[in-house]
Design a protein around this ligand. Structure first.
Ligand SMILES: Nc1ncnc2c1ncn2[C@@H]1O[C@H](COP(=O)(O)OP(=O)(O)OP(=O)(O)O)[C@@H](O)[C@H]1O
Ligand SMILES: [Mg+2]
Length: 166
């Protein structure tokens, strides 16, 4: 069964780095490089037709945004895996500051995504869900512990304490 992975995480949380290192062979669907929703849909359809694994490497901060991908994936008989990147606003903003040229985006764009961020849950239809955080040596992948945001925030206390949920 082919897989669709759906990333969730604010800008500079490490989504693309994770895809590159952990999802080799997945077709990467990224709105920033495809530019339009039309081109995004065409790239997805091409991958669906070829039954290729694919990863939606956008910020995907809300359940509503994730839902359209989940529905489409299920229609095509795909397994759906969610990866939530730890999204501490301060850390991501600092990493963005280190970027050069166009890759560096306004800090307030990151804050805006942070403000609308909704933790994913199994109720959205994920077949598997993971919490990913950066470590000194790479990235740690943990199973998503519970299906509710409140309990998950408690489980990942540092994630919660940093105030990323407002
Ligand atoms: N283990 C790590 N520790 C510290 N920094 C890291 C680690 N892994 C990646 N980075 C850095 O974090 C930054 C953000 O990574 P990345 O570009 O993958 O984020 P992103 O979530 O895809 O952002 P965007 O939404 O803007 O595309 C990069 O500058 C990368 O070099
Ligand atoms: Mg990226």
């Amino acid at each position: 069964m082919p897989t669709m992975a759906i990333m969730t995480g604010i800008q500079a949380s490490g989504k693309s780095t994770f895809c590159q290192n952990n999802l080799p062979g997945y077709v990467r669907i990224n709105l920033d490089t495809l530019h339009t929703r039309n081109k995004e849909n065409m790239a997805m359809d091409e991958a669906f037709q070829a039954k290729k694994d694919m990863v939606i490497d956008n910020t995907n901060p809300t359940a509503a945004e994730r839902k359209k991908y989940i529905v489409k994936a299920k229609e095509h008989g795909y397994r759906v895996i969610g990866y939530f990147m730890q999204s501490r606003l301060q850390e991501c903003t600092a990493r963005n500051e280190l970027r050069e040229g166009k890759a560096k985006i306004p800090a307030k764009a990151i804050a805006a995504t942070s403000n609308k961020l909704e933790l994913p849950s199994y109720e959205e239809g994920f077949d598997a869900l993971y919490f990913v955080s950066m470590t000194k040596t790479g990235m740690a992948v943990e199973a998503w512990q519970v299906s509710t945001g409140t309990n998950h925030a408690a489980h990942n206390a540092d994630f919660c304490l940093d105030g990323i949920l407002g």
